[in-house]
Ligand binder design. Structure first.
Ligand SMILES: Cc1ncc(C[n+]2csc(CCOP(=O)(O)OP(=O)(O)O)c2C)c(N)n1
Ligand SMILES: [Mg+2]
Length: 648
């Protein structure tokens, strides 16, 4: 059975003339044992809520999962898909993509992130178990990881979190082949990986990854242990290739026709490429039948459960009716609070976390600054998985990756906070979340020089622009308490993409007084129209919207009409019909001015090349916020003359 995986892998890579045969050939035995004896799965229903989660963290070995899925009886990938490995429109992409194959739990390829996402899946599993019981939620999270996944920095964050939370149902099978692309791992590491995992509170076992009995006993040990487990599976990369196995040559290139013929001889594998002898195919199909009864029994329990509808809706990511929400927004509109948007976020979350039990909050050790904790979100700990607030520790990347894993698991909607400037630390996971269509909400506070005294290390300048370039990520920068509420509502409604809220440390005056319609949904809207003949269009975001209003007042006093457009979310604006966009921003001879306390990069697309872009194209400085806004020219006094000069 393992040789079927080897043959499909080497033949698909050969046909594509690109890919990674070494890892699937090396881990074929371990994976076959996992599929045959342990993994709880039903190919007839890839999205069965209580299936075990399997994450191929070493995503370059994608042929391993494609072979396993095909052989065990999933509808997809078909053998034709495998023949078209790595070709345009094949579901068998170079690296496994969760949006192409239903049974691929996570998109992997950036080493280390798969394992870190699996931590989030294991958190979601325990959390839902605490709420719905063993009858409905009781599964494991399995990971296959390579040397690279363990070497990446994120591994430290991920296993630290998993060990601390005692995620005993998570088991990592480490492809301990001591080879990476450059050659032997001796070239680059002397680390005692087992000791490191043990120090993080993990159970560590080892086995010969080509000895079925040894693999079984190591997995049995891991299953029995209460801690998360790492199993070091000693393997030979490219196992079965007589001249190349054990070398980095098998890592990422086709073996070549000659070597492939020798593999067939060595393994006694006589079937032609992309054919599996019926006897072996039948054994593989039987692995896919293994959990049928377990699945049927689970389905009966679900049907008998009073909470079946609620559980199913939640696993499908449906939002409940937002109780008290309209009242909350109306109250904000009436009260017009002067408030930092991070506080406004907390206020919105207090209402939302009460009505949306799926929301799980957290922060990378900045809870008091990110304002992410609410009365409804008690701590989620190893002693109480039912809690809804994760103290992620100072692990921004690990947090964002775990949030992706939670979202992909389903049943929970994670949000997590840090300072906007540290989005640099979590960015690879923000990107992978967007690619994977995962609903997460990144709460990024202290979103400009407005944070003041902490200085340029803590003051984001280029971050808004750099985050806006990530496809399928909504970057939202609300201007006041009401816009913050609207942005939160929108973020929750994005079933298949992440959002990032950029929020201020400093207080902001209210600028919106009517809650009847969620205007942020349009991405940008006319906040305050010109009274005099319109010659200027001011476009601002977040804390600079109230500044734009000051500028408008000064211009109007000088007889120059100016519109103020609030643009909390450029991405949503770009999704509006062309007429709406042109209606809002268009107009012959109107000077368009952007105002944002960050780099001006990219604003030309809304102001045109002959517009005016007010921003900060340099690093900030350490001082009280008000002095910084003056120092960097973000005051009406500094901006109005520039507009006058430009108007001529
Ligand atoms: C973050 C990241 N950096 C680099 C790469 C490129 N890369 C892919 S596989 C690999 C080597 C990984 O070694 P190992 O995990 O031991 O895989 P093996 O060679 O054993 O299959 C590298 C550097 C990547 N995919 N992700
Ligand atoms: Mg390796």
């Amino acid at each position: 059975m393992a040789n079927a995986v080897r043959a499909l892998s080497m033949d698909a890579v050969q046909a594509a003339n690109s890919g990674h045969p070494g890892m699937p050939m090396g881990m074929a035995d371990v994976a076959t044992v996992l599929w045959s004896d342990y993994l709880k799965f039903d190919p007839a229903q890839p999205d069965w809520a209580d299936r075990d989660r399997f994450v191929l963290s070493a995503g370059h070995g994608s042929m391993l999962i494609y072979a396993l899925l095909h052989l065990s009886g999933y509808d997809q990938p078909t053998m034709d898909d495998i023949r078209n490995f790595r070709q345009l429109n094949s579901v068998c992409a170079g690296h496994p993509e969760n949006f192409l194959l239903p049974a691929v739990e996570a998109t992997t390829g950036p080493l280390g992130q798969g394992l870190a996402m699996a931590v989030g899946m294991a958190v979601a599993e325990r959390h839902l178990n605490a709420h719905y019981g063993d009858d409905l939620v009781d599964h494991r999270t399995w990971v296959i990881a390579g040397d690279g996944c363990l070497m990446e920095g994120i591994n430290h964050e991920a296993i630290g979190l998993a060990g601390h939370l005692k995620l005993g149902r998570m088991i990592v099978l480490w492809d301990d082949n001591r080879i990476t692309i450059d050659g032997s791992t001796d070239l680059s590491t002397s680390e005692d990986v087992a000791a490191r995992y043990a120090a993080a509170g993990w159970h560590v076992a080892a086995c010969n990854g080509h000895d079925v009995a040894a693999i079984r006993s190591a997995i049995d040990e891991a299953v029995a242990d209460e801690r998360p487990s790492l199993i070091a599976c000693r393997t030979v990369i490219g196992k079965g290739a007589p001249n190349l196995q054990g070398t980095s040559k098998t890592h990422g290139s086709p073996l070549g026709a000659t070597e492939i013929a020798l593999v067939r001889e060595t393994l006694g594998w006589t079937a032609p490429a992309f054919e599996v002898p019926e006897e072996i195919a039948a054994d593989w199909r039987a692995t896919g039948e293994r959990s049928k009864d377990v699945h049927a029994a689970w389905r009966q329990r679900l049907e008998a459960s009073e909470r079946a509808a609620e559980f199913t809706a939640r696993m499908h990511g449906e939002l409940p009716q937002l109780a008290d929400w309209a009242e909350y927004k109306a109250q904000v509109a009436a009260e017009r609070p002067k408030m930092a948007t991070r506080k406004a976020s907390e206020a919105a979350l207090s209402v939302l976390t009460q009505t949306v039990p799926a929301l799980i909050g957290g922060s990378a050790d900045l809870t008091g600054s990110n304002n992410t904790k609410t009365p409804s979100t008690t701590p989620l700990t190893a002693d109480d998985y039912a809690g809804r607030y994760l103290n992620y520790g100072i692990r921004e990347f690990g947090m964002a990756a775990a949030m992706n894993g939670m979202a992909l698991h389903g049943g929970v909607i994670p949000y997590g906070g840090t300072f906007l400037v540290f989005s640099d630390y979590s960015r690879p996971a923000i990107r992978l979340g967007a690619l994977q269509q995962a609903r997460t909400v990144h709460v990024m506070t202290h979103d400009s020089i407005g944070l003041g005294e902490d200085g340029p290390t803590h003051q984001p300048v280029e971050h808004l622009a750099s985050l806006r370039v990530i496809p399928d990520l909504l970057v939202m920068r609300p201007a006041d308490t009401l816009e913050t509420a609207e942005c939160w509502e929108l973020a929750l409604q994005q079933a298949d993409r992440p959002s990032l809220l950029a929020l201020t440390r400093q207080n902001l005056p209210a600028v919106r007084f009517d809650a009847a319609e969620n205007l942020c949904a349009k991405g940008a809207y006319l906040l305050k129209g010109a009274t005099a003949d319109r010659r200027v269009l001011l476009i601002a975001t977040g804390s600079e919207v109230s500044l734009a209003i000051e500028v408008q007042v000064a211009l109007e006093a000088a007889g120059i009409g100016a519109d103020v457009v609030s643009m909390p979310c450029a991405e949503l604006f770009m999704e509006q019909p062309a007429e709406y966009r042109a209606g809002l921003l268009g107009g012959e001879g109107v000077l368009r001015v952007s105002i944002e306390a960050g780099t001006t990069f990219g604003w030309e697309r809304f102001t045109g090349l002959d517009g005016l872009n007010i921003g900060i194209d340099q690093f900030g400085a350490s001082a009280p916020a008000e002095e910084l806004f003056a120092r960097f020219g973000l005051t009406a006094d500094a901006i109005v003359p520039q507009i006058m000069a430009k108007l001529g």
